[in-house]
Design a protein around this ligand. Structure first.
Ligand SMILES: NC(=O)c1ccc[n+]([C@@H]2O[C@H](COP(=O)([O-])OP(=O)(O)OC[C@H]3O[C@@H](n4cnc5c(N)ncnc54)[C@H](O)[C@@H]3O)[C@@H](O)[C@H]2O)c1
Length: 437
């Protein structure tokens, strides 16, 4: 696959998203033929985010019925269904036993029951679930990141093309694209408010996330599936799982994707048996085709200074952005060019559903988020490849990488490729030695 990271390609890709009212032959069959008809929703991956996304779908106020759920584990499905049923009741939540699907193949069955699907498993499964949802012709909300390695990205890019051809709306939970301060500020950057964007810094530095402890009765596969954050075939490392949000903002601002990554990373403070193979810090520079350079930094160090935001410098001024509704543009003398009003901005997790479902009920084709999401996820994966290997990597080398982390077989008694040593510690990448592509 060749690098197509020109600014022209980026604009072409995102034009559909912002361009709006493309008419489409797509209408959910019979959606409003009778008052009792609802759009049928299926949730695949019934964890914290998937459950939240179902709430947000219902809060759009459109006639939606949750008809099917799929999870690898029955307890997770039950824990998700209960609060949804408690809040929205049997009229909106109709998930009988024969539409509760459990296990590795559950997704196919749940997707088949629905008009619209929410894909919210750990990202390692996103390529196969997205492919299936597109194959079955469904409208799609899927969470970021959209893969954990280059092979997965190539599958998502191919399925994204098929989704476009079928005019299926696809919204991805890179919710900053649905957040006012980002939209308003980045629009002004693209209109030239800071001149040419020469450099920037993007950060996700915080104390880290949950650990799900090993239980004696678990097989190795179950343990890794439960404690998925710490295994690359499932998570992609925190540079992919979290920092993709900030890296994606750099790509959005630059209207392109980097051509080269180099950096350093490792495990300094999070080194236990519970912590699988992922690093606790990555520090990189991403270079774009025009020579501009973005500094990217993500770390999980409890007790150290937290920082999650993005800054960019241009020939005429600079900008500061954050998920806390910041959007401040100033010239180099410090004069304000734009200061986003931080009051009363809609919640972007709700906004992305409001916009998606409004398009679906009107039979409009408006959203094609998958390609950008795949390329921003690929940027993060390229960062991981660079810190793990200690090598400078080009986009083309990274995207064409053939190392496959996925288990040969998905079954509870099958072995993942990464296994602990006799003391229970997992091997992790050693920069300079590890082969990543
Ligand atoms: N946009 C955001 O800000 C945001 C916030 C949180 C999470 N997320 C993303 O949402 C996704 C889920 O995260 P979460 O926090 O809900 O995790 P979670 O662990 O709470 O939920 C994941 C669920 O998927 C299930 N699952 C795993 N493999 C499956 C399979 N093959 N088929 C069906 N179900 C399977 C798990 O059992 C679990 O119930 C991740 O990709 C994460 O990055 C996005």
């Amino acid at each position: 696959m060749k690098n197509q990271n020109s600014r022209r390609d980026f604009i072409k890709t995102s034009a559909l998203v912002t361009g709006g009212m493309l008419t489409s032959p797509f209408i959910v069959p019979g959606a409003y033929a009778a008052p009792e008809n609802h759009l049928k929703l299926a949730l695949i991956g019934c964890g914290g985010r998937g459950t939240g996304a179902v709430f947000q779908a219902f809060e759009t106020g459109h006639p939606i019925k949750l008809v099917a759920m799929a999870d690898a584990f029955r307890d997770r499905l039950d824990n998700s269904l209960k609060p949804i049923l408690d809040k929205y009741g049997a009229e909106k939540v109709d998930v009988p036993e024969d539409r509760k699907f459990v296990g590795f193949d559950a997704y196919k069955h749940a997707i088949a029951e629905a008009d619209v699907v929410i894909l919210a498993t750990p990202p390692g499964f996103r390529p196969s679930h997205f492919e299936e949802a597109v194959k079955q012709g469904k409208q799609i909300f899927m969470e970021k990141p959209v893969a954990t390695d280059a092979a997965g990205i190539r599958r998502v890019l191919a399925a994204a093309e098929e989704a476009k051809a079928k005019k299926l709306n696809v919204v991805v939970g890179l919710q900053r694209h649905y957040q006012n301060n980002y939209r308003e500020t980045i629009k002004r950057i693209h209109d030239g408010a800071i001149g040419d964007v020469i450099g920037g810094q993007v950060y996700w530095n915080d104390g880290g996330v949950w650990v799900r402890e090993r239980k004696p009765e678990q097989t190795e596969m179950e343990y890794q599936m439960r404690n998925w954050y710490y295994f690359n075939w499932l998570c992609g490392d925190h540079i992919t799982e979290q920092h993709v949000h900030n890296i994606d903002i750099a790509n959005w601002v630059k209207q392109s994707y980097p051509v080269k990554a180099e950096g350093t990373g490792g495990r300094l403070v999070r080194t236990g048996k519970d912590h699988g193979e992922i690093f606790d810090h990555h520090v990189l520079t991403f270079t774009y085709a025009d020579g501009s350079v973005i500094h990217s930094e993500c770390r999980h160090f409890p007790g150290a200074t937290n920082r999650v935001d993005e800054s960019f410098q241009g020939s005429k001024g600079k900008v500061y952005l954050s998920a806390g509704n910041h959007g401040n543009i100033t010239d180099w003398k410090g004069n304000a060019i734009y200061t986003h009003n931080r009051d009363n901005n809609p919640n972007p997790y709700q906004q992305e559903h409001d916009e998606l479902w409004a398009a679906i009920v009107k039979g409009e084709y408006k959203f094609a988020d998958a390609e950008n999401a795949a390329k921003s996820t690929m940027t993060a994966i390229m960062g991981r490849y660079a810190t793990y290997s200690g090598k400078v990597l080009t986009w083309d080398e990274a995207l064409n990488g053939t190392v496959d982390l996925f288990p040969e077989t998905l079954a509870w008694d099958a072995m993942p490729k990464i296994l602990p040593n006799e003391e229970g510690y997992y091997p992790h990448a050693i920069p300079g030695k590890t082969k990543v592509i």
